[in-house]
Design a protein around this ligand. Sequence first.
Ligand SMILES: *Cc1c(COP(=O)(O)O)cnc(C)c1O
Length: 394
Amino acid sequence: MKCTDSIETREVEELFINIDPIQAGGRLTPEAQKAVIAYSDGYSVCDNCLKPFRLDYIRKPPIAQFHEECAKWLKMDQLRVVPGARRGFQAVASSMVSKGDPVVLTSLSHYTEFVSVEQSGGIPVEIPLSENKYITPDAAAGKIEEVIEKFGRSPSLMFVEHADYQYGHIHDIKGITKVAHQYDVPVLVNGAYSVGIMPVDGKALGADFLVGSGHKSMAAPAPSGVLAAKEEYAEKVFRTTQAKGDVTGRTFGIKEIEMMGCTLMGVTAMGLIASFPAVQKRVENWETEVEHSRIVTDALLSIEGTECVSECPRKHTLTRINTLGSFDKVAQNHKKRGFFLSGDLKKKGITGVIAGSTRVWKYNTYGLTRKQTDYLASAFQDVAEENGLVVNRD
Ligand SMILES: *Cc1c(COP(=O)(O)O)cnc(C)c1O
């Protein structure tokens, strides 16, 4: 079956166990798939857009209700839907950062955080990592001190990742925001790898801004996400337009500048909203998800020569693994080189490991059933044994 001559249907999620780090939490729910079809046309959510004509006021379909409920769920005051976490960073940086301002990021920050700072003219500085690859409150304080020394003023904003994309470590956000607030530095908590897959309480974390990614972790289509703020900062980041036409004298009501008026007007908003009840439920299963992550990691570690680069036992479903001493040794002499691993896994119905990589790579077990988890764990061991590696099965 094809969509057009040149566009094939995508069957990855139907045919494979997909452990691609960035795709696991964004897989749509059946509810979202239905909503996506029903709202496939352009500005489909705008049928009942009434005065004051803004996306987050639409009650049918329940977009306004989602804004209220999702803010409450994240324990934040205000929330908007945005086209991806990156657009949330952009809105905040654009509101909070002026040209030449120092902005604190971390040594695990995502490129989109850097780019948002760059776009606003800020100067990025990174909090260094601890030896075990964590961002600590002490290191955050040290960096703020360093900025004050160098720039003669506090940074105008700090970004910190709740769970980072490199190791899947969950950082001490509460401790970090506490330190930042002692210096009056507002903190954006990046929940791209937490909001929608694990319980997140913005208030307990001390977040001034909290950003989530719909397509990474909220079972939503791309590009989608949420930007939540504390009341104190909501006024600033969600400020409304003052623009006026000099010829026509037109003004533009309560359109928000950083949101360019409206953001997600069809499929993206409806997919995000349709998955929301399931997403609220699934975060309660986080302990089970972590257990599955540990089963797979243990199986990989049972292959002699393999090392877990992320902290073990795992506390997140995203894991960085080093197989230089195992699968990469096989690759040296294999006729398919490093491609044997992804190839052998594919034959067993597993996808999402970057083709050709046998050195240091990542996988994400999020959303697998126990049966799929056990299958995946033994598939790794089987591939290892079939290629002459020693596996310590218990
Ligand atoms: C994926 C990711 C992002 C980008 O999210 P988008 O929703 O695609 O903009 C930002 N930060 C981290 C830590 C990520 O892992």
